[in-house]
Design a protein around this ligand. Structure first.
Ligand SMILES: Cc1cc2nc3c(=O)[nH]c(=O)nc-3n(C[C@H](O)[C@H](O)[C@H](O)COP(=O)(O)OP(=O)(O)OC[C@H]3O[C@@H](n4cnc5c(N)ncnc54)[C@H](O)[C@@H]3O)c2cc1C
Length: 479
């Protein structure tokens, strides 16, 4: 015990030399707070009165150079480093599973440059998403990554798990908006990616840090593409009696290269359960929200064309009001009092695949989950909300209103439901995740997901992080 204490004090004194004593925290109450993110597993564990591993040190660096020095200390003592943005992740990606130095990025929150000619913003990675957005809005600009968590997430946290926001169908995922990044490697080297992402000077290696969830180093700065705030915005809702027709309508809209900023198609179960509870609409069928923005003439024309495609497939035009109702209350789904929360058990098993497979995948996952866990009165609901030219994302969720009380039993049931869902996803050509990331929760599926490519990813990890200090236990690395 004394030896551990001595060793920790040695680390602490070196960290103090780097960031100053004021920016290191080891209070037990803070360690408790930083022992969980927004994922169900650790929250349930704490809810049942149990404790989780906390960090040894919570460090608040003020510069890239300080982070580089922290890496050097971590390598010397072989101690884990865990990047922490807003802690809003839902996959356990920021959990300090093995203790170590938790690097809270929120002090690094400066906007360094707004370029109104190229429409870019360069900011430190710890900036809060909503504050960045407000600053851009003052100039008539917007970062069109609108996750429901913007108020509690950071720029680095948008990029590290390859997040997707509400208006991605037109503007892309967070990763599509990044031009370049500054990164501190696990070895302490500071590198910058090329100034633009589209070039032919070698492979697209910036992508290594998009989706690495802090296992390949810490993103300290990013230059992002921004847009003008749209001149006009149009919203509309359409009701399909048949989910299949709704999916086909979405596919036709996207493959004909219309540019909706949102297509959100709720399955009949979500429409009956969540849409009714949150928006108050009582529709029997699959409720779809469609949105177009930008130049008013173009937006109007695109909306007309999309509605005509929907009508041909039997979609009933519900008019603008149920579209705007969704827009104004779109985040109510995720916050108290209407969000899914303890004591319920729930999970978002979101996935993505090409159009030829996505509906089959939905039915296969739904049947597997509902049949296997019928005794638990499980509910499976979903919506399709991020649409590409070639496929769509399924935001599927399971809900168990009366899960076991005993923590171990609850965790086992939760993990079994995830296994059933992931088996169905993988067997039907889906990816284990589209935007929440892998974190701890999905780490055990990475080998299955990647098959013969997995050893290659392990070798990459070894080359980038030779001592295995970065965020161990996440994304399938480091056990
Ligand atoms: C209410 C709610 C709504 C949500 N809605 C959405 C949504 O619409 N779209 C979406 O994509 N996600 C959503 N999420 C999930 C989550 O908020 C996002 O993934 C978010 O982008 C995470 O940002 P963060 O700063 O909180 O990251 P954290 O939770 O702190 O970290 C997430 C992961 O990234 C790593 N990380 C953080 N910062 C850095 C960095 N600078 N460098 C390297 N690695 C880093 C962490 O180690 C961890 O592995 C939602 C979550 C909640 C709670």
């Amino acid at each position: 015990m004394d030896r551990d204490r001595f060793w920790l004090e040695m680390v602490r004194s070196e960290l103090e030399d780097i960031v100053g004593a004021h920016f290191i925290n080891t209070d037990e109450s803070n360690k408790l707070i930083y022992s969980t993110d927004w994922s169900w597993m650790p929250q349930m564990w704490l809810d049942r009165g149990r404790l989780l591993m906390g960090p040894d040190f919570i460090v608040h660096p003020g510069s890239t150079e300080e982070i580089a020095q922290i890496m050097e200390v971590a390598n010397k003592y072989r101690i884990p480093v865990i990047p922490w943005g807003g802690g809003s992740g839902t996959q356990g990606g920021a959990l300090p599973l093995f203790g170590g130095i938790l690097v809270d990025m929120k002090r690094m929150n400066r906007i360094l440059e707004i370029d109104e000619v190229s429409l870019t913003v360069t900011a430190e990675a710890g900036i809060n998403g909503q504050q960045l957005e407000w600053a851009l809005n003052e100039r008539g600009l917007t970062l069109p990554h609108y996750p429901a968590s913007a108020n509690c997430a950071t720029l680095g946290g948008y990029l590290a798990p390859r997040g997707t926001g509400t208006i991605s169908t037109k503007y892309g995922k967070a990763e599509d908006m990044v031009l370049s990044m500054e990164i501190v490697l696990p070895t302490g080297e500071i590198i910058e990616t090329p100034p633009v992402p589209r070039h032919a000077a070698g492979p697209h290696w910036m992508g290594l840090w998009l989706g690495a969830e802090g296992t390949f180093g810490i993103i300290t700065k990013a230059t992002m593409q921004v847009d003008y705030l749209p001149e006009s915005r149009r919203l509309r809702a359409v009701l399909f009696r048949d989910l299949s027709k709704g999916i086909e309508a979405g596919r036709q809209i996207m493959t004909r290269r219309l540019h909706p900023f949102v297509i959100r198609l709720y399955d009949p179960a979500s429409t009956a359960l969540r849409v009714k509870a949150i928006l108050g609409y009582e529709f029997d069928g699959a409720y779809m929200v469609l949105g177009f923005d930008g130049d008013p003439d173009i937006a109007t024309l695109e909306e007309e064309k999309a509605l005509a495609l929907c009508a041909k497939l039997g979609g009933e035009d519900l008019g603008p009001e149920p579209g705007w109702g969704w827009w104004h209350h779109r985040y109510d789904f995720y916050y108290p009092p209407k969000n899914l929360k303890l004591p319920w058990m729930y999970g978002t098993t979101e996935t993505i695949s090409t159009y030829d497979k996505i509906e089959r995948l939905y039915w296969a996952e739904k049947e597997a989950v509902e049949t296997t866990y019928a005794d638990w009165n499980i509910r499976f609901i979903g919506h399709f909300s991020h649409w590409f030219h070639w496929g769509a994302m399924l935001y599927s969720r399971f809900i168990v209103e009366n899960p076991p009380q005993e923590a171990e039993e609850a965790l086992r049931l939760h993990n079994r439901i995830w296994s059933t869902a992931m088996e169905a996803v993988l067997a039907n050509g889906g990816m284990i995740n589209e935007h929440h990331g892998v974190g701890l929760k999905l780490a055990r599926y990475m080998r299955r997901q990647y098959g013969s490519a997995w050893p290659f990813l392990l070798r990459l990890k070894k080359a980038i992080d030779p001592n295995g200090i970065m965020n161990p236990g996440k994304v399938g690395f480091g056990f």
